[in-house]
Design a protein around this ligand. Structure first.
Ligand code: AMP
Length: 143
């Protein structure tokens, strides 16, 4: 727990929130400034900031909770789909990991996520980019 963190405060009941799900490792609650009604945040109770720090032992349970809450938002809000998003450092306004779970409907007017798009000018540029990430995967797995 981080005593100053607003999401830690929600997780341990020191700050009010509209909680929709809770278990030993996570809490989900309504975003107080929703893009659409039903916009929910799922957080780990443990204070970690980004996906890159996520403890391996909780990943399966946490992802199952993401599946559960995403299904619940979809059924509860009667929407056609769900958008899951995580900001890691850039555009992250609360430095406690949170997954946005947004109800989506065709023609709902949502813009600016994953936009604008570019392209690789050449196939070699794409190959070199993929190789940089592949090398990093190898290095990280060897640590
Ligand atoms: P991000 O910009 O990806 O870090 O998202 C942080 C989200 O947390 C924003 O959508 C905020 O509206 C939401 N938020 C911040 N404080 C609270 C709070 N006390 N209760 C509910 N949602 C919050």
């Amino acid at each position: 727990m981080n005593p100053e963190c607003i999401f830690c405060k929600i997780a341990d009941g020191r700050e009010p929130a509209h909680i929709v799900f809770e278990d030993e490792i996570s809490v989900a609650f309504l975003d107080m400034r929703p893009v659409y009604h039903g916009h929910t945040l799922l957080i780990p109770k443990q204070h970690i900031s980004t996906v890159m720090e996520f403890p391996g032992e909780f990943i399966e349970r946490f992802f199952l909770n993401l599946k559960l809450v995403s299904r619940a938002v979809e059924e509860g809000m009667g929407c056609q789909g769900i958008f899951n998003a995580i900001n890691n450092r850039i555009s992250q306004s609360v430095p406690h990991l949170h997954i946005h779970i947004l109800p989506r409907n065709k023609g709902d007017g949502m813009r600016h996520f994953l936009w604008p798009r570019g392209c690789y000018d050449t196939i070699d540029e794409a190959i070199a980019t993929a190789e940089k990430i592949r090398l990093s995967v190898r290095r990280i797995r060897e640590r």
